[in-house]
Design a protein around this ligand. Structure first.
Ligand code: SAM
Length: 244
């Protein structure tokens, strides 16, 4: 059998591709990509010439069995999405599942993914977190999902398009305290990377005043924290270190 490699690609900054990702992409027989045109440009940048085959939500039912046949015949395949890790709010899972069932080795390469990148710089607790990704479109389904996370003592990670940030934050306001802590991580790894940190109420004011542009991760901690980011608490922490 061939092997299935899951290969993360940059979420903005091309320098974030890993050495191993490059060598795997150079060695495989075939690359299954969410969008072959989009990935073609990336591969061209790294001077990688490989046959590409599309694999996305509209063709996986037919494509996955084809790819499994190829893997069984000894073809080694790398799976990539448009950006970041495959399967993370992107196509990939169906192929992984079918490969596992068929007894094919699945090899996951670590690398860029927006949620983790945002989490560790957010200042919100990173010890316990839950990745939620995109909310459902229907308001009733949104509320149902959010209510399940209402009292969870963990940082929640959401993906959202800039056009819906305001609506999504409003939907969150129906389930979470206005004092819930929110971080908006914008344009990670790119030129206009920035973070907004504040309460849910402040985040809503912020997006009302500054039209959201670019790509965003929304992080929310439902349980108001001991204001971990306040100036006073930072001074106290620094003082404690000096005293030691
Ligand atoms: N597979 C990707 C990953 O591993 O992060 C996620 C793909 S999903 C279709 C796209 C969403 O991820 C965007 O709407 C945004 O919420 C988030 N995202 C991707 N790149 C980002 C970036 N550079 N900065 C902030 N958010 C980003």
């Amino acid at each position: 059998y061939g092997k299935l490699y899951l290969v993360p690609t940059p979420i903005g900054n091309l320098a974030d591709i890993t050495l191993r990702a490059l060598s795997v992409l150079k060695e495989v027989d075939l690359i299954a990509a969410e969008d072959t045109r989009h990935s073609g440009i990336l591969l061209q940048h790294f001077q990688i010439k490989k046959p590409l085959i599309s694999l996305h939500e509209h063709n996986y039912a037919q494509r996955v069995p084809e790819l499994i046949e190829k893997l069984k015949a000894g073809t080694t395949i790398a799976q990539i999405s448009d950006a970041g890790m495959p399967s993370i709010s992107d196509p990939g899972h169906e192929l992984v599942l079918a490969a596992i069932k068929a007894g094919i080795d699945v090899i996951s390469l670590p690398g860029p993914t927006a949620g983790m990148t945002a989490l560790i710089a957010s200042g919100l607790p990173a010890e316990r977190f839950a990745f939620i990704g995109f909310l459902p479109k229907k308001s009733s389904e949104q509320q149902q999902l959010l209510s399940a996370w209402q009292n969870v003592d963990a940082t929640l990670i959401f993906y959202e398009s800039p056009y819906r940030i305001q609506k999504t934050l409003s939907a969150m306001q129906e389930q979470f305290s206005e004092q819930a802590q929110v971080v908006l991580a914008r344009e990670l790894t790119k030129k206009f990377e920035s973070y907004f940190r504040g309460s849910l109420a402040q985040a809503l004011d912020f997006v009302a005043e500054n039209e959201p542009r670019g790509e965003f991760v929304i992080l929310l901690h439902p349980v108001p924290q001991e204001n971990t980011l306040s100036e006073a608490s930072i001074k106290e922490a620094v003082q404690r270190r000096i005293d030691h």
